[in-house]
Design a protein. Structure first.
Length: 66
């Protein structure tokens, strides 16, 4: 499991990511990426999203895109 991601108790929603994460791999079975999950991430370069994700709620607030 990716220790840099905080998931909901049922493991279906990404709630938050550690600000030091560079390459995020969303686990299979996650259905939603919550609002602000990657907020203020300064080093994030990529996010791998499985086909199980059906809802993405503005997770990249204040993230610099490269």
């Amino acid at each position: 499991m990716n220790e840099k991601l905080i998931l909901s108790e049922d493991g279906k929603v990404v709630l938050e990511a550690d600000h030091s994460i560079i390459h995020a791999v969303i686990p299979e079975g996650v259905t939603e990426i919550g609002g602000g999950a990657f907020s203020n991430s300064r080093v994030l370069r990529s996010v791998s999203i499985p086909s199980t994700v059906k809802k993405i709620v503005n997770p990249f607030i204040a993230v610099e895109l490269y």
